[in-house]
Design a binder for this molecule. Structure first.
Ligand SMILES: [Zn+2]
Length: 262
């Protein structure tokens, strides 16, 4: 029975993952970390209140990986880069730790079950064609097809990191939002067919203006082909409550529509 309880406790500790920062410890000037990683057992109790009992507020930087604000704010985890699945990490977001500790974006479940379910519906929809590279031709795993494959796999979607005439895309990862995914499905269900597919050019990836809503997961671009009912794409965008609804007539949008929410 004791062995059984011990296993359960270990399981909970593992499920807890990397210690994250909480306000009482931040205000105190410490860092939440495992007590065994606080140098010289130099820690205070009760300042990392929502985590397991062995996560304490260390007086100095813990000697094992701990989460930090720039990474934590984007739902990543500061860990040894070699433990980040498929190299899904970004540098520079765990600034007080060794260079080998990077912000990993391989944590599943961050975007929620609704986003996951909608993404799977999009991925498997026979009236939708998800572009498998960015419209620019850059192949970086941030294309529309990869975005939906990641989201359907319960992961965040990748953003591109390259420059274009409009600006510089920021890199990293973000959750596509429920609003934009539902809009894609609504257009596909109403205005597309297997023989006249809705082509999705870009969701969270590619390069846009520096403040683009694509980067926060709120925008989608559809290709305008010869037989695309793009006016209907735009009407659906308007009735869906979008805050940006662009297409032919707007500079830079002669070949695609852009619909964004907030
Ligand atoms: Zn766009």
């Amino acid at each position: 029975m004791i062995a059984f309880l011990s296993l359960v406790t270990t399981g909970l500790a593992l499920a807890q993952g990397i210690p994250y920062q909480e306000e009482p410890c931040i205000s105190y000037g410490g860092k939440c970390g495992y007590d065994s990683c606080c140098s010289n057992n130099n820690y205070v109790v009760g300042k990392c209140p929502s985590q397991a009992g062995n996560v304490r507020c260390c007086n100095t930087n813990p000697t094992c990986a701990y989460n930090e604000d720039p990474c934590q704010a984007e739902n990543g985890e500061c860990r040894l880069d070699s433990t980040c699945t498929d190299d899904r990490y970004v540098s520079g977001k765990c600034p007080t730790q060794a260079g080998s500790i990077k912000c990993c974006f391989d944590v599943q479940g961050v975007c929620g079950t609704t986003v996951q379910s909608l993404a799977c519906d999009i991925l498997n929809h026979n009236s939708i064609y998800l572009l498998p590279v960015n419209p620019s031709g850059v192949d970086d795993g941030a294309d529309a097809a990869s975005n939906m494959a990641d989201a359907c796999n319960n992961l965040m979607s990748k953003r591109s990191s390259y420059t274009c005439s409009s600006g510089q895309s920021p890199g990293g990862y973000v959750c596509p939002t429920q609003e934009v995914l539902q809009y894609i499905l609504d257009v596909a269900n109403n205005y597309a067919s297997p023989s006249n597919q809705l082509q999705v050019n870009s969701i969270t990836g590619a390069c846009h203006s520096s403040t683009s809503r694509h980067y926060s997961g709120y925008a989608v671009d559809f290709q305008i082909k010869a037989n695309s009912p793009y006016e209907s794409y735009m009407s659906m965008c308007a009735v869906s409550g979008a805050v940006e609804n662009l297409g032919p007539g707007t500079p830079g949008h002669s070949t695609h529509t852009h619909c964004a929410f907030n």
